[in-house]
Write a protein that binds this ligand. Structure first.
Ligand SMILES: [Zn+2]
Length: 254
C-alpha cells in the first residue's frame, strides 16, 4: 500500500521539473514572437500608414461582420420544385447554392440562419404540411432569428424552353429596403453568371410577404432552359451563383 506513494513522489518531482522546463521553453519561444509583433505594429505606423488604412476601408466595405443573413433554399423533401430537361431538380440546385453561400458569408464574418440544410421539408408536419404551412415554417425560422435580411433562392421554369435569365423579386408592398436588396442581388448575380437580366420585380410571393426583415426571392436562372440547367448543375456554376448573391449582399450592406 505504501509503495504507490513512494513511487509517486519522484514522479511528481519529475513533473514539476518538466513543467519548469516547459515554462522556460515557452519563455524562449515567446520572446521573438513579441519582437515580431512589435515590428508589425511599427511598420504600418511608421512606413505604411496609407496601405494600412486602405485595408481597413476594404474590410468596412464588405461590412458583413455582425450581420445575420437568413437563407431559404427553395423547395426540398417531397417537393422537388421545377425539374430541368435532363432531370436536375430545383430543390437540389437551391440547396447547393445556399450551402455554398452560407460558407462564403460565414467566412466574411456574417451569421447565417438556414431554413434547411438537407433535402427535407421545413415544416415539422413534413410531407403532410400544406403549401402555406411549409412556407410559414420558413418565415418563422427567419423571423425568430432576428435576421437582418432574408434571401429565398429559387430556379425559374417555363413551358417555352428558350426562356432564360435572372429575376429579383421583392414584396410589392414591402419597404424600399427589400427592393434595393432584390436589385443588388439580381444585378451582382447577372454579372457573375452572365445571364440576361429579367429585372427586379414586385411580387406577392408568400415568403417575402411574411418575413419581417428586408427580403428578396431570387430566381437564379431557368432550369427549363438546357444551357442554364447545365450551368446550375455544374460545380463552377454553383460557386459563381453563390458568389453573385454574396456580392449583392455586400453591395446592400456597403
Ligand atoms: Zn421555386
Amino acid at each position: 500500500m505504501n509503495k504507490p506513494t513512494t513511487v509517486e513522489k519522484p514522479d511528481k518531482e519529475k513533473d514539476i521539473a518538466k513543467d519548469k522546463e516547459k515554462e522556460k521553453e515557452k519563455k524562449k519561444v515567446k520572446k521573438p514572437k513579441k519582437e515580431k509583433e512589435k515590428d508589425k505594429d511599427k511598420k504600418p505606423r511608421e512606413v505604411k500608414r496609407p496601405s494600412d488604412d486602405d485595408e481597413r476601408d476594404l474590410f468596412n466595405i464588405t461590412g458583413l461582420k455582425g450581420k445575420t443573413v437568413a437563407i431559404d433554399p427553395g423547395h426540398g423533401g417531397n417537393d422537388a420544385g421545377a425539374i430541368g430537361p435532363s432531370g436536375v431538380t430545383e430543390k437540389s440546385v437551391t440547396l447547393r447554392v445556399a450551402l455554398e453561400l452560407a460558407d462564403m458569408l460565414e467566412a466574411e464574418g456574417a451569421k447565417v440562419i438556414m431554413t434547411r440544410r438537407t433535402d427535407k421539408t421545413v415544416s415539422s408536419k413534413g410531407a403532410a404540411a400544406s403549401a402555406v404551412e411549409e412556407l410559414q415554417a420558413r418565415c418563422d425560422i427567419a423571423n425568430k432569428s432576428g435576421a437582418d435580411i432574408f434571401i429565398s433562392i429559387h430556379a425559374d421554369s417555363f413551358t417555352n424552353s428558350s426562356a432564360k435569365g435572372t429575376t429579383g423579386y421583392y414584396y410589392e408592398s414591402g419597404g424600399q429596403k427589400s427592393q434595393r436588396l432584390a436589385d443588388y442581388v439580381r444585378r451582382a448575380l447577372c454579372e457573375q453568371i452572365r445571364t440576361p437580366s429579367r429585372g427586379t420585380q414586385p411580387c406577392n410571393f408568400y415568403v417575402v410577404k411574411h418575413t419581417d426583415m428586408p427580403a428578396t426571392l431570387i430566381e437564379l436562372a431557368f432550369i427549363s432552359n438546357k444551357e442554364e440547367e447545365k450551368l446550375m448543375s455544374s460545380r463552377e456554376g454553383v460557386v459563381k451563383m453563390a458568389q453573385g448573391i454574396l456580392d449583392g449582399i455586400e453591395d446592400y450592406f456597403g
